[in-house]
Write a protein of this length. Structure first.
Length: 83
């Protein structure tokens, strides 16, 4: 797989995970596509680290990635609301 194809697949996974997390957290969310992809990627990466070090498993899974992405969306809303 080439690097360009890998980046496209990575962005698609980030978009799917981030958009599901945004849909599951209630309330308005003025967030663009780029930030949605970033939230999905960071949530998936942090869920992978959590499952590796805490659960001693190899791979996070979709539900854990969405849960961590939901925490990131919630945190973004909290920090933006105070500014």
């Amino acid at each position: 797989m080439s690097l360009i194809m890998f980046l496209i697949v990575l962005a698609a996974i980030g978009l799917v995970v981030g958009s599901i997390a945004r849909l599951l957290v209630p309330g308005p969310d003025p967030m663009g596509v780029g930030l949605t992809i970033a939230v999905g990627l960071v949530g998936s990466f942090s869920a992978g680290l959590f499952s590796w070090y805490v659960l001693n498993r190899h791979g996070a899974g979709l539900l854990l990635s969405i849960a961590f992405s939901m925490l990131i969306v919630w945190g973004l809303r909290r920090t933006r609301g105070r500014a």
